[in-house]
Design a protein around this ligand. Structure first.
Ligand code: C2E
Ligand code: MG
Ligand code: MG
Ligand code: MG
Length: 281
């Protein structure tokens, strides 16, 4: 019976594999089309100084304005291209838009840096620093310090040597780095030692529970202290209430981002944004 089931099962796997491959191919085509047909939108979310309430930078968060399905968050589709060359196409688009908007904000008011998320794929590219340099060169009005790049620790995992080198080269240009979603990966102290990053972003899952769960509160406090021990700045993500802001201030966390301050908004709306009074403004 096993022998007879064998070939049949193989056949089933082939069909299943073929179905998945063609679904993946069609997804890549759809994302490429979305880029070409200008369906992507650049949203940004303010990051403020907890002590002064001042806007320090804005994180670029990509959205897909789908003609039928409406505004799609990255979680609905970014995974399709994460380990594919298409992620570089998306990365180029986001970087270009982020710098273009940043330069418009500068003309509208005080200097606000823009923070751009980088995929593991992009960070492993030996041409990474050159790509960043070329993108900045298109905006001679912008200092390199107006650009910040966010890196997931999982991105560094595969090729720490190359990633560390890429980051170091960009730092020489004047671009600074943040370690994103800290606490969700291995949170290896090796990364903190080896990667020349200036900022640690505490993952929002710990921040979300810090007022109700003493363990999460302890983690948040430990990450803030760890960042300072390494001479790095700390950003708390996912700050949803004034109570969170209060607790984070008391812990000495410098910067915060979250719905209590602002939800992600279209990049062109940033110059008109004001800190809500409930957030200490
Ligand atoms: P991330 O870099 O950790 O970005 C923060 C996410 O937390 C954003 O989700 C933001 O909307 C959400 N958020 C901010 N404040 C709050 C809050 O108070 N409560 C809650 N519940 N959520 C909050 P978003 O925009 O859906 O992006 C998800 C992830 O997609 C990002 O996580 C980032 O890893 C990735 N991503 C977004 N844009 C890009 C991009 O341009 N390139 C790349 N490679 N990845 C991107
Ligand atoms: Mg980020
Ligand atoms: Mg994050
Ligand atoms: Mg995240």
């Amino acid at each position: 019976a096993a022998k007879r089931a064998g070939p049949g099962r193989m056949h089933h796997f082939d069909v299943e594999l073929e179905r998945r491959q063609s679904l993946q191919r069609s997804r890549l085509v759809r994302v490429r089309q979305a880029i070409e047909e200008e369906q992507l939108r650049l949203f940004v979310q303010p990051v403020i100084d907890l002590a002064t309430g001042q806007l320090r930078f804005a994180e670029a968060l990509v959205r897909w304005q789908h003609p039928q399905q409406g505004l799609l968050l990255p979680e609905a589709w970014l995974g399709w291209i994460e380990d594919q060359p298409e992620i570089s196409l998306l990365g180029d688009w986001v970087l270009e838009q982020a710098l273009r908007h940043c330069s418009a904000w500068m003309r509208a008011g005080p200097c606000v840096a823009v923070s751009v998320n980088m995929s593991a794929w992009e960070l492993r590219d030996p041409g990474f620093a050159e790509r960043i340099r070329a993108a900045l060169a298109l905006h001679p009005d912008l200092p390199a310090s107006a650009l910040r790049l966010e890196v997931l620790e999982t991105a560094a995992l595969e090729d720490l040597e190359q990633v560390a080198q890429n980051i170091a080269r960009c730092r020489e240009l004047g671009v600074s780095f943040a370690l994103d979603d800290f606490g969700t990966g291995y949170s290896s102290l090796t990364y903190l030692r080896r990667l020349p990053i200036s900022t640690i972003k505490i993952d929002r899952s710990f921040v979300a529970r810090m007022l109700v769960d003493p363990a999460d509160r302890a983690i948040v406090k430990a990450v803030v202290d760890l960042a300072h021990a390494f001479g790095r700045t700390c950003v708390a993500e996912g700050v949803e209430t004034p109570e969170h802001l209060q607790a984070l201030r008391a812990m000495g966390c410098e910067l915060a981002q979250g719905f209590a301050i602002a939800r992600p908004m279209p990049a062109e709306d940033l110059p008109d944004w004001n800190l809500p009074p409930s957030a200490g403004g």
